[in-house]
Design a protein around this ligand. Structure first.
Ligand code: DSN
Length: 425
C-alpha cells in the first residue's frame, strides 16, 4: 500500500481504491508543480474532465447516429451529433467523424479508406519531424503499405517542395501526408495540395499538433486545400484523448466506413462528449487569445534560447513548438531531458533532422508552450523559462544535482502562482 496522500476531491475513488486514488493524486500534484513543456500535452478544463467521466461510457453504440447496431441511443446520438456539428462549424468542413480512438487509429483508417495493402503512401520521415503513422517502416502503415518518405533540407530545416514534388511524381502515392510531430514552422498546405493533385494522391493534413492553433486562427487552415484533415483532440485543441477525421463530402462515406466497421467497434461515448465540450470551448473568443498567446510565447522563448546560444532547428518557430539540437552544448538529448525532469521541467528527447544518434538516445529535445500558456504564463515569463533550461542543460553536462534542485524549487514557486486548469488546488 502506498503512503501517498489521498485526493479529497475523489472521495469515491479514494474509498474504493486508495492505492489507485493516491497515484492519481500524485499525478495531479506532479502536473501542478512542474513546468510542462512537452508540445503535444496540455491541461484540459474541469468541464472536459467531467464529461470524460460520465455514464456515457456505459453505452455501446456501434454505427453512426440514426444507424446503430444497439438500441437505447436516444441520448448518445444527440451527443455525437453535437460533437460533429461543433467540429464542422469550428473547422469549416463538410464532414466530421469524431469516433477514432486516437491519432494512430485515425491515420490507419485513412489508409483503409484510400489505399490497398501494398499501395504506396508518402509522408515526412519520422526522424525529420513526421509521424510513425505516415508510412514509417516500424508502423503498420509502413509494413502493410509501401511508405516513401520526404524530409527537410539540411541547411534550412525546411521542407523542400521541389524534392517533395519530384518524389511524388516518381512514386505516385495513393496518399500524401503533410504535418508531423516535430515541425516548428508553418505548413504550406496549398503547396502540398498542388503536388498531391499533380501526383493523383489524396492529400491528408495531419494537424494533430496545431489543431488548436488553427481553430484559434493562429495557423492557416488546411481545409480549403486538403482532402482529409486528421487530428487528435488532446494537444493544442485542449480536449480529451481522442481524434477526428474531417473531409469533403465526397470522401465522407469512405472515411466513415474505414473508421467503423473497417477498423473500430463501439465509439467511446464519454470521449465524444468531452470532445464536444472542448470544441465549444475552442469556439469562444478567449480560445483565440489562447492560441495566439501560445505562438507569441513560443516565439519569445525561441528568441531567449537563441540569445543563450541554443541551436534551434530551422532557426526558430512559427507555432507552439521548438526543436533544439543540443550537440553544440555537448549534452545528449536524453541526458538533458532526464536532468530537466529532475529540475521540474518536463520535456521529451527527440531526434533532429540528419541526427547521427539513435532515436532512443538522440541529439535533441522538443519543447512547446501549450501547457504553460494554459496556466496563464505570458511572454514576460519566457526569459525565466529559457534561463532554467540553460542552467538545467549546463547542470546535465556537469552532473550538478544541487543546481537542478535549486531550479526545481524556483519552478515550483512560479507554478504555485499559476494554478493548473482542471486540477483542484
Ligand atoms: N505522441 C505524439 C507527440 O508527442 O507528438 C504524436 O503522436
Amino acid at each position: 500500500m502506498t503512503s501517498l496522500p489521498l485526493p479529497a476531491h475523489h472521495p469515491a475513488l479514494s474509498a474504493a481504491d486508495p492505492e489507485l486514488a493516491a497515484l492519481v493524486g500524485a499525478e495531479e500534484r506532479l502536473q501542478a508543480d512542474t513546468l510542462r513543456l512537452i508540445p503535444s500535452e496540455n491541461y484540459v478544463s474541469r468541464a472536459v474532465l467531467e464529461a470524460s467521466g460520465t455514464v456515457l461510457q456505459n453505452k455501446y453504440s456501434e454505427g453512426y447516429a440514426g444507424r446503430r447496431y444497439y438500441e437505447g441511443q436516444q441520448n448518445i446520438d444527440q451527443v455525437e451529433l453535437l460533437a460533429v456539428r461543433r467540429a464542422k462549424a469550428l473547422f469549416g468542413v463538410d464532414h466530421a467523424n469524431v469516433q477514432p480512438y486516437s491519432g494512430s487509429p485515425a491515420n490507419l483508417a485513412v489508409h483503409l479508406a484510400f489505399a490497398q495493402p501494398g499501395d504506396t503512401v508518402m509522408g515526412m520521415a519520422l526522424p525529420m519531424g513526421g509521424h510513425l503513422t505516415h508510412g514509417w517502416g516500424v508502423s503498420a502503415t509502413g509494413t502493410w503499405f509501401r511508405g516513401v518518405q520526404y524530409g527537410v533540407r539540411r541547411d534550412t530545416g525546411l521542407v523542400d517542395f521541389d524534392e517533395v514534388r519530384e518524389l511524388a511524381l516518381k512514386e505516385r502515392p495513393k496518399i500524401l501526408f503533410c504535418g508531423g510531430t516535430a515541425l516548428p514552422r508553418t505548413i504550406d498546405f496549398a503547396a502540398f495540395a498542388e503536388i498531391a493533385r499533380e501526383a493523383g494522391a489524396v492529400l491528408v493534413a495531419d494537424v494533430a499538433h496545431i489543431a488548436g492553433l488553427i481553430a484559434g486562427g493562429a495557423h492557416p487552415s488546411p481545409v480549403p486545400h486538403a482532402d482529409v484533415v486528421s487530428t487528435t483532440t488532446h494537444k493544442t485543441l485542449r480536449g480529451p484523448r481522442g481524434a477526428m477525421l474531417m473531409c469533403r463530402e465526397e470522401h465522407a462515406r469512405a472515411v466513415d466506413k474505414a473508421v467503423f466497421p473497417g477498423l473500430q467497434g463501439g465509439p467511446h461515448n464519454q470521449t465524444t462528449a468531452a470532445i464536444a465540450v472542448a470544441l465549444r470551448e475552442a469556439a469562444q473568443p478567449s480560445f483565440r487569445d489562447y492560441a495566439h498567446q501560445v505562438v507569441a510565447n513560443a516565439r519569445a522563448l525561441a528568441e531567449e534560447l537563441l540569445a543563450r546560444g541554443f541551436d534551434l532547428v530551422s532557426g526558430g518557430t512559427d507555432n507552439h513548438l521548438i526543436l533544439m539540437d543540443l550537440t553544440p552544448k555537448d549534452v545528449p538529448g536524453k541526458v538533458a531531458a532526464k536532468a530537466l525532469d529532475r529540475a521540474g521541467i518536463v520535456v521529451n528527447y527527440n531526434t533532429v533532422p540528419y541526427d547521427p544518434r539513435k532515436p532512443f538516445d538522440p541529439s535533441g529535445i522538443r519543447i512547446g508552450t501549450p501547457s504553460l500558456t494554459s496556466r496563464g504564463l505570458g511572454t514576460q515569463a519566457m526569459a525565466a523559462v529559457a534561463d532554467w533550461i540553460d542552467r538545467g542543460v549546463t547542470a546535465a553536462r556537469t552532473g550538478d544535482e544541487a543546481a537542478l534542485a535549486v531550479i526545481r524549487a524556483e519552478v515550483a514557486e512560479l507554478m504555485s502562482a499559476h494554478p493548473a486548469p482542471g486540477i483542484p488546488t
